[in-house]
Design a binder for this molecule. Structure first.
Ligand code: NAP
Length: 431
């Protein structure tokens, strides 16, 4: 969306078609941002304005690599910007990672946000203990969602199936595991503070695990890190209020093995205490502990997935590029997580997209004009292939339906999560 916005700002006449394999736009804003972070999601107002420009179209429900190829796009567009994000996850590479009850935060987030690929998944929340591995904002998101009450979640736009399942959740203890210390944690302070305000969960921090000498504290130069440490110290000093749930923020511990309960399910998580070496890397101490958990969510970063016919750097999980110019593909550009890797907040992508579009504009005279660049030509091709394209009007109708249904339930939105149901709603609203 930010790439489209940057294109619209150019003096050159431009027509932008935005494709998505889902019938819905906005990627992680709809399917990644936590359902209780409605304010972050209000960035969609900016996106709606972009869609309001008549030079922009939405072509949803069109899958790259299946319905349309890189060659097709080259035939119909002067330039293509790949902004597909990072849809897969990184693994821990330890024993027991494939036991039932072990999954990636990516899958869990997709499930509770009603991503069509994950909506049908049966998520049995029989666990009383859950471990979340990682010290980023995603780890905070999933821990917080697990810790929230049905009432707190009702006020979010969490998908209805997830709300029902989480209402039945037996989780009492959530362990967020950082392999390094509080200074190295990746999360931001605003997100950390939210743990001090949960209705039904106490936050538990062991002062020893966040201990810093005066010199170490004084050496912190990053404002966010200092504020994080201050908040964690405040949490550690708090007396427990006897709430029914607890979120344990653990530091200097690494998971080493997921323990089988004898039925192919997670029955515990063996962790090792760490110390930091001079370079700030975690080093095992040989001291172990077993956490009583039946669910383990690894939240150790997202990973990009290759697109057919587009160069890909397997090692880094990104499309190889120079400031957004795809290496070895004239007319190919990229922006967002698939360009730079899975880092930064929503707004980070704005500057990132501006950089890419600047390269595209600088290259204009060198680009091969598309042989068939009219909207009608691409529409005809998709029609010929039997693709049911979801237009902007269709999406607006689906969105209005979700908001209306949500309002009736006193919720911000009633998310439609199944692709078939989305298309049914859309068809019913078409004139
Ligand atoms: P992230 O910020 O990169 O955090 C990944 C965490 O996983 C790090 O703490 C890392 O520790 C840890 N880790 C990696 N490998 C590990 C291993 N083998 N064992 C134990 N820990 C391991 O990634 P993220 O949380 O997925 O977030 C992605 C981006 O989205 C971030 O930029 C984040 O800020 C953003 N985001 C923002 C919000 C928000 O603003 N509210 C919400 C969600 C996401 P090391 O540092 O030791 O490698």
């Amino acid at each position: 969306m930010y790439a489209a916005e940057a294109l619209l700002k150019q003096d050159t006449p431009v027509q932008v078609d935005i494709f998505d394999r889902l019938p819905t736009p906005y990627g992680l804003v709809r399917y990644g941002v936590a359902p209780d972070h409605l304010k972050i999601k209000s960035v969609t107002a900016v996106f709606q304005k972009i869609f309001g420009d008549e030079r922009v179209r939405f072509l949803g429900n069109v899958e790259f690599g299946k319905d349309i190829s890189a060659a097709d796009l080259g035939h119909h567009y002067d330039a293509v910007i790949y902004t597909v994000g990072a849809s897969s996850d990184r693994r821990l590479g330890i024993a027991g990672e494939d036991l039932e009850g072990s999954l990636s935060a990516t899958e869990f987030v997709a499930w509770y946000n009603g991503h069509p690929d994950a909506a049908a998944r049966e998520m049995v929340l029989h666990a009383t203990g859950a471990a979340v591995v990682g010290a980023g904002n995603v780890a905070l998101d999933v821990s917080r969602i697990l810790a929230k009450t049905a009432q707190e979640l009702h006020e979010s736009d969490i998908a209805p199936h997830a709300l029902n399942a989480l209402e039945q959740s037996h989780v009492t203890d959530i362990y967020l595991l950082s392999r390094r210390g509080p200074v190295q944690a990746k999360f931001t302070t605003k997100e950390l503070r939210e743990f001090g305000e949960l209705h039904a969960a106490d936050v538990v921090v062991n002062p020893e695990e966040i201990a810093l000498s005066d010199d170490e504290y004084a050496a912190i130069t990053d404002n966010i890190v200092r504020k994080n440490v201050d908040v964690l110290r405040e949490f550690a000093a708090r007396p427990l209020q006897g709430k029914p749930r607890r979120v344990h923020l653990r530091f200097l511990v690494s998971p080493v093995e997921l323990i089988d309960n004898g039925h192919g399910q997670v029955g515990g998580l063996k962790i090792e205490r760490n110390r930091l070496d001079k370079a700030g890397h975690a080093v095992g101490t040989g001291e172990y502990e077993v956490l009583p958990v039946q669910m383990v969510l690894r939240s150790v970063g997202y990973k990009g997935v290759a697109l057919p016919g587009v160069p890909f750097d397997e090692q880094r999980g990104v499309i190889p590029n120079d400031k957004g110019r795809v290496t070895g593909q004239v007319g190919g550009y990229t922006a967002g997580w698939i360009k730079r890797g899975p880092s930064g907040v929503v707004g980070t992508n704005k500057a990132d997209a501006v950089e890419t579009v600047a390269c595209l504009m600088a290259d204009l005279s060198k680009l091969t004009p598309a042989p068939q660049h009219t909207c009608e030509a691409i529409d005809a091709l998709l029609r010929e292939r039997g693709v049911e394209v979801v237009t902007l009007d269709d999406w607006n109708a689906l969105e209005a339906h979700e908001l209306e249904q949500g309002k009736a339930q006193g919720r911000p939105r009633h998310k439609v999560s199944h692709r078939g149901e989305m298309l049914e709603v859309i068809r019913s609203k078409r004139k």
